[in-house]
Design a protein around this ligand. Structure first.
Ligand code: NIG
Ligand code: FE
Length: 415
């Protein structure tokens, strides 16, 4: 199977010399080719260039030609932080927040993550697969081609394993590239309130060996926050996870400055995510690390939180990635186009910075930047074609709209 996309108004995020991530000032550059062609063979990008320099094709057998006149071609978005396996929804809590309760107060009443855990305990694997597949389809139609999915609404061995098995099944069923994260340390279940040590032992001594045995998780994540898990617990849990082959990630500095970033850097986390309460000490620590700071503007928007200092981090010379955090409590949308709009409007990131954050840097945050996140020879053919639009800045500008028209994943025309 071969695909040729021709007359592309602008081919976005083209890399002659592929990089694993785009850093600091460099993020303001987005390499593009105007009036371009792109060739795909099987599941791989095999060529691209300017239409003027196109030498034609020697073998036309099995070739599908797509004319992209007036349209742009992007590498599919990479969404490195989601919780899209869940049961039910939490719009009741949304209304409670409108009426004055905070996210923390709702949690203290047994809502929030614990509410989703109750719902998930009663859902079958089949139900969870079906609803997650619908959400995967929804984000795919909005341009996402690779996604990380966390457990963390199980909070018991049975339910955490159920969630991770569901994610494993989704890897088989969905055309999206999927990475799985064990987030047993998402919240302390009520029954362990007086014996937190027991829950941490359960995570490390019971859940992790089973997860490793069935190879259910690529990453392990901890919600490092007041009323959730301490910095010391975060380090302990993630250090143990590494022994079971899981790479650390951290939910860090979302509701307070609580040590999550420092903990993440200490254990060599691939990413630290949220970052609303990041201060200079965290920026300094990140500068001396390979950890990708990842902002989740959907959650900050939806919970009305202070904004993470994305501008300051980029200006300090850091890479920044952006992900959706798609989940029923703090970000019930996985629309990466909207995340781009939030990056530009609220965080004063340029469209170039926002697109780099949502493609190559977000790919880095799930160890996929060798194969995903840009248009480069040999990379996986995950691209989307836009509707007729004037420029790439039109995507964040045209907030709330979906300008994605066609989707190619693994070299197959999906839509
Ligand atoms: O990334 N911060 C912790 N976890 C999720 C929210 C989970 C929930 O409220 O269900 C987040 O925002
Ligand atoms: Fe999250």
């Amino acid at each position: 199977m071969k695909i040729l996309i021709k007359n592309i108004k602008s081919l976005i995020q083209v890399e002659q010399n592929p990089q694993l991530k785009i850093v600091g000032k460099q993020m303001n550059t987005l390499p593009t080719i105007d009036n371009a062609w792109l060739a795909i063979e099987n599941d791989t990008i095999v060529g691209f260039g300017k239409m003027d320099d196109w030498e034609g094709i020697s073998d036309w057998s099995n070739l599908t030609v797509i004319d992209a006149t007036n349209k742009l071609v992007f590498p599919s978005y990479c969404d490195s932080h989601t919780h899209i396996v869940y049961a039910g929804s939490r719009e009741g809590e949304f209304v409670d927040r409108i009426n004055g309760l905070t996210y923390e107060q709702i949690f203290e009443r047994g809502g929030g993550i614990l509410n989703s855990a109750k719902k998930l305990a009663n859902a079958s694997e089949e139900e969870l697969i079906e609803s997650a597949l619908q959400r995967l389809h929804e984000i795919m139609m909005q341009g996402t081609g690779a996604v990380e999915i966390k457990s963390g609404y199980g909070l018991s061995t049975t339910s955490e394993l159920k969630m991770l098995r569901v994610i494993k099944k989704l890897k088989e069923l969905s055309p999206l590239t999927i990475k799985a994260t064990f987030l047993g340390a998402h919240a302390l279940p009520k029954e362990y309130q007086e014996s937190r040590r027991k829950y941490i032992d359960l995570l490390i001594n019971e859940m992790m060996p089973k997860i490793a045995e069935e190879q259910l998780a690529d990453y392990c994540d901890v919600f490092c926050e007041q009323n959730y898990f301490t910095k010391e617990e975060t380090v302990e849990i993630l250090t143990a996870a590494k022994k079971y082959g899981m790479i650390p990630k951290v939910h860090a500095e979302q509701l307070s400055n609580y040590g999550g970033v420092i903990a993440g850097v200490e254990v060599g986390a691939i990413s630290v995510d949220h970052l609303e309460f990041v201060a200079d000490a965290e920026i300094k620590a990140l500068l001396n690390s390979d950890t990708m700071p990842t902002i989740l503007p959907g959650a900050a928007f939806f919970l009305g939180l202070p904004l993470p200092p994305a501008r300051k981090m980029i200006d300090a010379g850091l890479s920044v990635a952006v992900a959706s955090d798609y989940n029923p409590g703090s970000s019930p949308s996985g629309n990466m186009n909207f995340m781009l709009s939030l990056c530009c409007v609220q965080y004063k990131m340029t469209p170039e910075e926002a697109i780099n954050a949502a493609t190559i840097n977000s790919a880095y945050a799930m160890n996929l930047s060798k194969t995903h996140g840009s248009i480069a020879i040999g990379k996986q053919a995950n691209v989307f074609i836009t509707k007729e639009i004037p420029s790439y800045a039109f995507i964040p500008y045209s907030y709330g709209n979906n300008l994605v028209e066609s989707i190619i994943l693994n070299g197959k025309i999906i839509f």
